[in-house]
Design a protein around this ligand. Structure first.
Ligand code: SF4
Length: 495
């Protein structure tokens, strides 16, 4: 067990990132269980604690008496410095156990930019980076999450991957592990990995060889043993009402990115925006029933004390009974001052009425995602939104009393021209003018947030390259020059 000295905690910016002991955290005696998991999100505590997928796995595993699951996140640079200085290994939040002492270390791979954090965390834990270098006493390093659909670039660092929704597969993996352990670990590490070839949705890179063409382009994966399947199908939870939901989320002592209850309405998305990996990889759309959601909401408020709940999904406004669900939830929690929010709104008047209803307790700005500045480009990306939709939605919002609108766009989408870039500025200006027209005075604020487009695997845009940095910078500058109204704020990422 790692001793977390007072001195260390006093020298870092946010000690609560490392102390654990939060409400609903599960602490088990490792000697009393047969399988231990360190669930890792390779980002800081605030980001990791806001991830619903990992919270589901934490609860699924800890419901089993014979399994203990604990959490670990990437230490911030101040803590890392202390840890390296003191030769303190990476430890879990619950029992401060060294990560290298767990049976499994499961990394949730949310986006490519955190790959280096995975390696840094393995290094801090004293676990060899390459799977082939790990000895018998080392944990199995597992990957899951959206990046696993295109995992070959980092395959050598992992013992295996869980492809798709992991809550059933992770239990099957744990059961296979406990059986292998009971039988005296036949065949060593390789023996266990061989057993995983029978579990659907598991990819064990060491049983495959990637093939490349003469130019170094990846072509295919060739199985090296008979039991390794040539195609690995993602795991999908068929019936969302049977799926385990988080009933006891861990409540942090510090502010985190999503510091509220997340009520998962449905998985998947029935739309087909061509840039969106989640929309394609999490198909099909599967809803929870309204009755179930109301029951879950009650349980979550009682188990946490939160007074804010986000109705979370890829595109929550598409939930088929959303209007009725919101009415019912608001009635259920009328006396408890629980407020509800939707992470994103559909661009239509129905959504505005709904947002108006939901924000009776608290009122904040509205967020829409037209994604592109011209109709031509919105058609290219299959974003079924017109300028008329946006103007109608913003008009409805202004009439209901909103003054702030945030618009999300992407830059560098395939076929984008300067005209499309300037279109973003023009669209924002039209929204500002609409407010003035409706209210007869100025006074609204429009924030446009423009992300640099990253082509994602498994989307129709996967073979389009990303724009060079200089071209992103040129287009950002071009857009900046065309924003002339002070009511518009332009936010963009470092290219
Ligand atoms: S961008 Fe949103 S609406 Fe479009 S496919 Fe993705 S999740 Fe669905």
């Amino acid at each position: 067990m790692v001793r977390l000295e007072h001195e260390v905690l006093q020298s870092v910016l946010k000690p609560a990132r490392y102390t654990g002991g939060e409400w609903n955290a599960v602490i088990k005696d490792h000697a009393a269980v047969d399988c231990t998991w360190a669930l890792a999100l390779p980002d800081v505590y605030e980001v990791g604690m806001s991830n619903l997928g990992l919270a589901i796995l934490y609860e699924v595993l800890n419901r089993r008496e014979d399994i203990a699951a604990e959490r670990v996140y990437a230490p911030w640079t101040d803590m890392e410095e202390e840890m390296r200085k003191r030769k303190m290994p990476l430890f879990s939040l619950e029992t401060k156990t060294e990560i290298s002492a767990f049976d499994f270390v499961g990394f949730s791979l949310q986006y490519e930019m955190i790959y280096t954090n995975v390696l840094n965390m393995l290094d801090l834990a004293g676990i060899p980076l390459f799977a082939k270098d790990r000895g018998e006493a080392m944990p199995f390093v597992v990957g899951g999450g959206p990046c696993v659909y295109n995992v070959e670039p980092i395959a050598d660092f992992f013992d295996f991957f869980i492809v798709g929704e992991g809550e059933e597969a992770i239990v099957e993996v744990s059961d296979a592990f406990m059986a292998w352990k009971r039988e005296g670990r036949p065949g060593g590490r390789k023996g266990f990995l061989q057993r995983l070839l029978d579990v659907p949705g598991i990819y064990v890179p060491s049983f495959y060889e990637p093939e490349y063409d003469e130019e170094g382009n990846y072509r295919a994966l060739r199985p090296l043993v008979e039991a390794a399947k040539p195609v690995i199908y993602k795991r999908v939870i068929r019936d969302m009402d049977d799926a385990i939901s988080v009933e006891h989320p861990v409540v942090p002592y510090m502010d985190i990115v999503h510091n509220r209850i997340m009520l998962e309405l449905f998985r998947g998305c029935s739309r087909g925006c061509r840039f969106c990996q989640a929309g394609i990889c999490y198909r099909p759309a599967r809803e929870r029933t309204e009755e179930n959601l109301r029951k879950m909401a009650r349980g979550l408020v009682d188990a946490t004390g939160y007074d804010e709940m986000s109705l979370t999904s890829l595109s929550s406004a598409d939930y088929s009974c959303l209007g009725r669900l919101v009415d019912d939830l608001m009635a259920d929690f009328r006396d408890e001052k629980v407020s509800f929010s939707l992470p994103s709104l559909r661009i239509d008047s129905f959504s505005i009425d709904l947002a108006h209803k939901m924000q009776q307790v608290r009122k904040s700005g509205l967020t829409f995602a037209p994604e592109a500045g011209t109709q031509r480009l919105r058609d290219v990306i299959n974003k079924g939104v017109t300028e008329e939709n946006l103007m109608k939605a913003c008009g409805a919002a202004f009439r209901q009393g909103w003054k702030q609108v945030k618009l999300y766009f992407m830059m560098g989408l395939p076929t984008e021209t300067d005209e499309d870039v300037i279109g973003i500025a023009e669209l924002a200006k039209k929204v500002v003018d609409l407010y003035t027209e409706i209210k007869g005075k100025r006074g609204c604020k429009v924030t446009i947030s423009v992300a640099c487009f990253v082509p994602k695997p498994y989307t129709p845009f996967q073979w389009f390259g990303q724009l060079p940095i200089e071209e992103f910078q040129r287009r950002q500058q071009l857009l900046k020059e065309h924003i002339t109204d002070r009511a518009i704020t332009f936010n963009y990422h470092d290219a």
